[in-house]
Ligand binder design. Structure first.
Ligand code: AMP
Length: 224
């Protein structure tokens, strides 16, 4: 019989995604006196133990973090503003901008495409993106007509093979765009990662959660 793990009142589950969010959250956990004892890059385990027997970390896709927290399968998590805008934030309390995994959401086009003229002339643009809500709102606010094409990754490819005129994607150093002969033509917004907390857990597990949230807040303020 499969055993379903129901966390006791003292136990906490933190949802993180691999990569930058995991790495940038480790110092915040350390500030709360918690060390993750396994490395998700080398381990295939999806539930990681920590130095605190009451705290475990689950590794999920970045875009799934808000969903795990919303339904209470994780008590809290760390998710980018890009991901939270697409999710909508339902059932989530978002107390702290941790200022980690900073990047920006931008519009990019092939180096040979005259974006300004296309927009000025009222052309209907084809835009490929994973971030359809954000893209829809951005272009609606500008009064630009767009056909949005939903992709799940490698957005940079779309303008190179004629799938779209433009992409909306997150950009950090810009080297991925440059490597693919794309240029950033418009910044939509700055992005950083936020702590998200399940609203019921915040009430029922406040005693256990509060010191961790306070340590995260202090550590992220110092890091700024
Ligand atoms: P870069 O080449 O440094 O501009 O990084 C751009 C690539 O890394 C894009 O494909 C993004 O999807 C990804 N990326 C960079 N920063 C972040 C971030 N903070 N969160 C999610 N994805 C990111």
């Amino acid at each position: 019989m499969n055993e379903i793990i129901v966390p006791a009142k003292r136990q906490l589950i933190l949802a993180l995604s691999k990569g930058r969010i995991f790495e940038d959250t480790l110092p915040l956990l350390e500030a709360a006196g918690i060390t993750v004892t396994e490395n998700p890059e080398t381990s295939r385990k999806l539930i990681l133990d920590t130095s605190d027997p009451d705290v475990r970390v689950i590794i999920v896709r970045a875009s799934d973090v808000p969903t795990y927290v919303q339904y209470g399968a994780a008590d809290f998590g760390v998710a980018g503003k890009d991901v939270l805008l697409e999710h909508g934030g339902e059932g989530l309390y978002q107390p702290i901008d941790l200022k980690i995994a900073a990047c920006r959401m931008s519009v990019a086009v092939h180096a040979g495409f005259d974006y300004e003229t296309a927009v000025r002339q009222g052309a209907r643009l084809r835009v490929a993106t994973k971030f359809v809500q954000t893209a829809r709102e951005h272009f609606a606010a500008k009064g630009v007509h767009v056909d949005l094409i939903k992709l799940y990754g490698s957005m940079e490819l779309a303008p190179l093979v004629g799938l779209s005129d433009a992409i909306v994607d997150v950009v950090s150093t810009g080297s991925t765009l440059r490597a693919n002969n794309l240029v950033e033509v418009e910044k939509i917004m700055d992005i950083s990662s936020r702590l998200v907390v399940n609203q019921a857990a915040l009430k029922l597990k406040r005693e256990r959660l509060q010191p961790i949230l306070a340590a995260f807040e202090r550590a992220s303020r110092i890091a700024k």
